[in-house]
Ligand binder design. Structure first.
Ligand code: DGL
Length: 282
């Protein structure tokens, strides 16, 4: 049987501060092979994970509103950044008439999967301390011991990996040490059997993280759940544009040599061209 593509492909924009959203893009492409994807990185505002909440909310909203002013046929917005989602989703959903899908820490599935009821949470420093994350733990992992680790250094390593730099598991060891080492917040490290990758940058380092930890630790992220949520919406809405094939763009808020060094990676992820998005000053 011939698999006939739909006449109009839904246009989905995947947004993150940096390259982290590419981990969500991978999962989304598998779920929606006929989707038309744009990527939007606020590399001019990167990183978000160590910035105050009000700054992240204002910046993420300003970037997405500027993008919508430039590209007017987006069907689904995906906030592929835990740091921005845990803060800015309500405001973005009020602003946009099209669906806005967010990514939040996969604490619920991790708590269900953990046999020892002892889980790790690896996120940005911002996500670890947000009340949204604390509420998720109270609601879905109240029967688990949770060891939380916030790291911006790991975000940087993922950025470097996607710029073709070799990252060794040894470089991750000091960052992951609180998950392995006995401390007041980690009283029985040998019981930790599940780790939530609650920053979209971290699945890009899944192999290195797995090698640095014991094989008994299973890694859990939100990629598949978000991909299914995007598919849920694309099945329910009529695409705004009728052109199924167009060049695909990866948009950045700053153009420099570090942006250029992502060209090969972006081509591998299926993007034809890098574009610059101008963000007006507040
Ligand atoms: N990828 C983003 C997240 O999921 C954070 C990276 C950053 O610190 O900007 O939280």
């Amino acid at each position: 049987m011939i698999d006939t593509p739909p006449t109009a492909a839904p246009h989905i924009v995947i947004f993150d501060s940096g390259v982290g959203g590419l981990s969500i893009l991978q999962a989304a492409r598998q779920q929606l092979p006929h989707g038309r994807f744009s990527y939007l990185s606020d590399n001019g505002g990167f990183p978000y994970g160590n910035k105050p909440a009000h700054h992240v909310i204002d910046r993420a909203c300003r970037v997405l509103e500027s993008f919508a002013a430039e590209v007017d046929d987006v069907d689904v917005y995906v906030i592929a950044c835990n740091t921005a989602s845990t803060l800015a989703l309500p405001r973005l959903r009020r602003h946009f008439t099209r669906p806005v899908v967010g990514v939040v820490p996969a604490i619920k599935p991790a708590a269900e999967l953990s046999r020892n009821k002892y889980i790790g949470l690896l996120a940005t420093p911002g996500t670890v301390k947000r009340s949204y994350t604390k509420r998720l733990i109270e609601e879905f992992a109240s029967d688990c011991h949770v060891v939380s680790v916030g790291s911006s250094a790991l975000v940087e390593l993922a950025e470097r990996k996607l710029r073709q730099e070799y990252i060794s598991p040894e470089q991750l060891q000091p960052i992951l040490a609180p998950l392995i080492t006995l401390s007041s917040s980690n009283p029985t490290p040998a019981r930790l059997d599940t780790l939530v990758l609650a920053c979209t940058h971290f699945p890009l380092l899944a192999d290195e993280i797995a090698q640095a930890l014991s094989p008994r630790v299973q890694l859990v992220d939100s990629g598949l759940a978000i991909a299914r949520r995007i598919a849920y919406w694309t099945e329910r809405i009529q695409p705004l544009a009728s052109l199924p094939t167009q060049p695909t763009y990866a948009w950045f808020t700053r153009a420099d040599s570090s942006t250029e060094s992502l060209s090969d990676t972006l081509a591998l992820f299926g993007f034809d061209e890098i574009r610059l998005l101008h963000i007006p000053t507040p």
